[in-house]
Design a protein around this ligand. Structure first.
Ligand code: ATP
Ligand code: MG
Length: 552
């Protein structure tokens, strides 16, 4: 099988299976339930599930819920939905918090082996004592407490005898290690907080660096895939697995994060955009979240193809957001029926068309996919066209309507502009045109040619609709650094990222369902908004426009 293009992680798996180091491949996707998933997580999901699938292996969905203050069941549920929507099913569904007892016991084992101690230094002091890349750290005055004292203090930490921050449990490794992660890292902290899964059972919580290797080992994960920032933690990961005497020995493998231009990709920043009202929730169609992309109308197929194309490497340059749009267009090209919608309507009266008459014209649903069949669209004396398709004083090479000019109405007739009507402010409010019955579409008329073809909607049967058009949420292409620490991203929020228009669609659209996707002729692909569409009001989100300068 071939979910992912060939890459170095796949190569490691192949060689581990061939050498007999591993009997199977077991991976996990380990989100912290402290926000909604974004396109970066999609990469991790596709790698973990896709690679395991390639080797008929297994993948667990494991919630890394070791920080009670930030986590919530709302996020747990959204993450499950997003993983499924992307097309994956987990083998086991686990919570790191289900392993708290086991983790505690392993910590006790470390204490008994003289490899962990309870420290009374404050967080600030610990930081000061840690040293720098060029200077070794200093040992804590509490470092040489006896095993008995440490066992007693650690048990009392668990019982809740101390306040937040009063004590921590630290590994006893090497305060002068060139790898700062090995300078007696903190393993447990005190936090009197209610946990979404364990309630008030615990008031000490394991740190990620201690918890993660144990979680992986408990589940029999073989290849623990994570992002490159964790490279320096790999020695600690291995130390924990080894010294905690875990039976299974998972291998941590790092790859470069996915970054995409014109957006931000960190839950912290996305949360800020939501909480400070820059967007309308985590699933706002401008957000790089999976739920935002779903609501915008992106498809799982397009996201998977995009992630596959980005490959797997140790580097983390930003990928052009247009590449993702390219895959969305590619996926929708044959799937989405084509139709006509007028976003900024201008009324046209066809003065020589019989009053009261409506005829039903044949229209192909997708010329690139004839299997999608035909539909009938009404035509009459009154139609809407786009305001932009008329100009009183056109520049050269403007082939649409202007006084005296003739254009083709898609699927219908040639019409010629005879007159335009302005209101008291000089705004053009109506066109008077004539049509030529000889030029009916599909009759093979060859008498003369016109250069412009425009779309339209018959006025008396038209259905009103709202159209939401999007521009990038974040303006320039300045990359986030690894820690995502650029503070200026709020200044880069595009004030014009949403444009709302009110226009009309064909009467065939009366039965559309949320998430149905269409190509509106000349405007691009649109999705029926699942949240704001009601029985009385259709709302279409523009998924992507038709044109792109992007080349693969
Ligand atoms: P964020 O920085 O956005 O909060 P995170 O890494 O803290 O992301 P987790 O919930 O801990 O979020 O991530 C779950 C998994 O997704 C981890 O294995 C993480 O490495 C991976 N992941 C997160 N962001 C990206 C990204 N941009 N590219 C690839 N993988 C990612
Ligand atoms: Mg995280």
């Amino acid at each position: 099988m071939d979910n992912t293009s060939s890459n170095f992680i796949k190569d490691i798996m192949i060689s581990d299976l061939e050498s007999g180091k591993r009997k199977s491949v077991v991976t996990r996707f380990p989100p912290e339930p402290n926000g909604y998933l974004h396109i970066g997580h999609a990469k991790s999901i596709i790698l973990n599930f896709g690679l395991a699938d390639d080797f008929n292996g297994k993948t667990n969905l494991r919630f890394d819920d070791t920080n009670p203050l930030k986590e919530d069941i709302e996020f747990v549920n959204s993450i499950k939905e997003d993983v499924n929507w992307l097309g994956f099913e987990w083998d086991g569904l686990f919570f790191a918090s289900d392993y708290f007892e086991e983790m505690y016991n392993r910590a006790v084992l470390l204490i008994k082996k003289g490899l962990a101690y309870v420290d009374d230094l404050s967080a600030d002091e610990i930081r000061q004592y840690r040293g720098t890349l060029t200077e070794p750290g200093k040992e804590s005055p509490y470092r040489n407490r006896s095993i008995e004292e440490n066992l007693d203090l650690f048990e009392r930490m668990r019982k809740g005898e101390f306040g937040n921050g009063e004590k921590v449990l630290r590994a006893k490794i090497d305060m002068s290690s060139p790898n700062i992660n090995l300078r007696d890292p903190v393993l447990y902290r005190i936090s009197h907080a209610t946990h979404h899964n364990t309630g008030d059972k615990w008031c000490i919580y394991p740190m990620y660096a201690f918890a993660h290797p144990i979680e992986d080992a408990i589940e029999g994960v073989t290849h623990s895939i994570c992002t490159i920032e964790f490279e320096d933690q790999r020695p600690l990961y291995n130390w924990v697995v080894e010294q905690c005497e875990m039976e299974n020995k998972p291998q941590q493998i790092e790859f470069g994060r996915l970054n995409v231009t014109n957006t931000v990709m960190s839950k912290r920043k996305l949360k800020q955009l939501v909480e400070e009202g820059y967007v309308d929730g985590w699933d706002d169609p401008r957000m790089p979240t999976i739920s935002g992309m779903r609501r915008r109308g992106y498809t799982p197929e397009a996201i998977r193809a995009f992630v596959r194309e980005t490959g797997v490497s140790k580097g983390s340059g930003a990928v052009d957001s247009q590449m993702l749009e390219h895959f969305v267009r590619e996926d929708l090209k044959l799937k989405a029926p084509r139709t006509m919608g007028v976003l900024k309507p201008l009324k046209v009266v066809i003065t020589n068309y019989p009053e009261g008459q409506v005829e039903w014209l044949d229209a192909e649903n997708n010329p690139e996919n004839p299997e999608m069949g035909m539909r009938k669209i009404p035509f009459s004396r009154e139609i809407y066209i786009e305001q932009d398709d008329f100009m009183e004083n056109p520049p050269k090479k403007y082939f649409r309507l202007f006084p005296g000019n003739e254009v083709r109405l898609k699927h219908a007739y040639f019409i010629k502009c005879e007159e335009f009507i302005q209101d008291e402010n000089g705004e053009i409010v109506e066109l008077r045109c004539t049509y030529d019955p000889e030029t009916k579409s599909g009759t093979g008329f060859t008498g003369r040619k016109v250069k412009g073809t425009i779309h339209w909607v018959e006025a008396t049967n038209a259905i009103p609709a709202e159209f939401r058009l999007y521009e990038p949420l974040i303006l320039d292409e300045q990359e986030e650094n690894e820690e995502g620490e650029d503070k200026s991203f709020l200044e880069r929020v595009n004030p014009n990222s949403l444009e709302v228009l009110n226009g009309f669609v064909e009467p065939n659209m009366k039965d559309v369902e949320p998430q149905d996707k269409f190509q509106f002729f000349r405007h691009g692909y649109f999705n029926v908004d699942p949240k704001d569409t009601t029985a009385d009001q259709l709302v279409f989100n523009r998924i992507v426009s038709l044109k792109s300068s992007f080349k693969l």
